[in-house]
Design a binder for this molecule. Structure first.
Ligand code: PS7
Ligand code: MN
Ligand code: MN
Ligand code: MN
Ligand code: MN
Ligand code: MN
Length: 349
């Protein structure tokens, strides 16, 4: 009994859901299957942040121009009829098209309830501020790394939780859980950063999200990790990064235990389960430094089917955590810490 799009959508709403399927591989189906009360609001939230991230990711524009556009963004998205300038270096043609036709997203935004509108507006404002800060600030310490991830993903968790709360689909369990919501975002963002090492480092200029505090224990330059002479250093650094990400698992599991509306649960749980599976594939896997590490199609399909209940999600996490523990190299620098994080996560449920 999969929920589908209603047949009475406005033309602008149809455009938004169509663009959602073009710009997001991973979120389109779980958003479309959301409860009617939240589907459109979360679609608009997604497209808004996707557009903002396209600006952040554009490495072809001048720093000054980018800073101005990031700082203007949350005002622009409240101007009926606003579209971006042409000629972004957006990652794909649909991201570019979304920016150039953003007036259609704004039209749908203005039909949302005022509470949903203010969540989207406030989170976009704060995220853009953080993105601007990190245009000129390097991710030096683990604290910087957490703060960057807070701006680009923790805030998404906070915003989604407020949308859930205002929807009244889940009652009071969705209030006062910002710390858990932030962990939900950090776990996804850190997994994305770990996996995207090569994609990010080969860019011109390179984009560096692994914190210097971690990689500088092993190499002089972050880019060195990709070279065969630093094979062992790369694995040690990678395993440190995965160990750090595992810190968020107890919070993520606790958050998911509170989501008792089925469509919201799947929306939250599927990306988390994909993330833990991705971390398991990345752990001690040198391919992260030479190519793209992805979970297999069949494995992903199985995970989507199994992300139906909290108990089932706990079992999936347990399985991947055990596999990570079994892959800890005998002489791993961070081996005991990794074992500790796995134990903490398993104990938390
Ligand atoms: C509103 C569903 C469910 C409580 C576009 C979903 C970049 C990993 O870093 O382009 O550019 O390589 O691959 C999603 C919490 C955010 C965090 C975030 C909005 C979960 C723009 C996803 C998603 C919170 C900022 C991948 C964070 O993009 O990254 C909605 C609960 C967008 C969620 C960015 C990253 C997403 C991401 P990058 P990508
Ligand atoms: Mn980005
Ligand atoms: Mn991006
Ligand atoms: Mn990335
Ligand atoms: Mn990406
Ligand atoms: Mn190798």
């Amino acid at each position: 009994k999969k929920r589908q799009l209603p047949t009475n959508l406005t033309e602008e709403e149809q455009y938004c859901f169509f663009m959602l399927t073009r710009v997001s591989r991973s979120f389109a189906s779980v958003i479309i299957e959301l409860h009617d009360e939240l589907r459109t609001a979360i679609c608009v939230f997604y497209l808004t942040l996707r557009a903002l991230d396209s600006i952040e990711d554009d490495m072809t524009i001048d720093l000054e121009v980018k800073l101005a556009e990031l700082r203007q963004f949350s005002q622009n998205i409240q101007i009926r009829g606003w579209n971006s300038r042409k000629g972004y270096g957006a990652a794909n043609v649909y991201e570019q098209e979304l920016l150039e036709n953003f007036d259609r997203v704004i039209a749908v935004y203005y039909r949302l309830s005022p509470q949903y509108q203010s969540v989207i507006k406030e989170i976009a404002t704060q995220m853009a501020e953080g993105m601007a800060i990190y245009q000129t600030k390097e991710v030096a310490t683990l604290k910087d790394y957490d703060s960057y991830c807070y701006y680009v993903a923790g805030l998404v968790g906070v915003g989604l939780t407020r949308l859930f709360y205002h929807s009244a689909l889940m009652g009071d369990s969705m209030s006062n859980i910002d710390d858990l919501a932030i962990s939900m975002g950090l776990f996804l963002q850190k997994t994305n950063i770990i996996r995207d090492y090569l994609e990010d480092t080969v860019q011109q200029p390179p984009r560096c999200f692994y914190p210097k505090e971690v990689w500088s224990k092993y190499v002089k330059h972050l880019g060195d990790l990709q070279y065969p002479q630093y094979h062992n250093e790369a694995l040690s650094c990678l395993n440190d990064m995965v160990t750090d990400a595992l810190r968020h698992v107890p919070d993520c599991l606790q958050y998911m235990s509170l989501v008792d509306e089925e469509s919201c649960f799947r929306f939250c749980a599927i990306p988390q389960v994909m993330a833990v599976a991705t971390l398991e594939r990345c752990y001690n896997n040198h391919d992260v430094f030479t190519g793209v590490v992805k979970i297999r199609k069949g494995e992903a399909a199985k995970l989507i089917l199994q992300s139906c209940s909290f108990e089932s999600v706990v079992r999936i996490f347990e399985e991947y955590l055990h596999t990570i523990a079994s892959k800890i190299p005998k002489k791993a620098h961070s081996g005991n810490q990794t074992r500790g994080r796995v134990a903490d996560a398993l104990q938390s449920v």
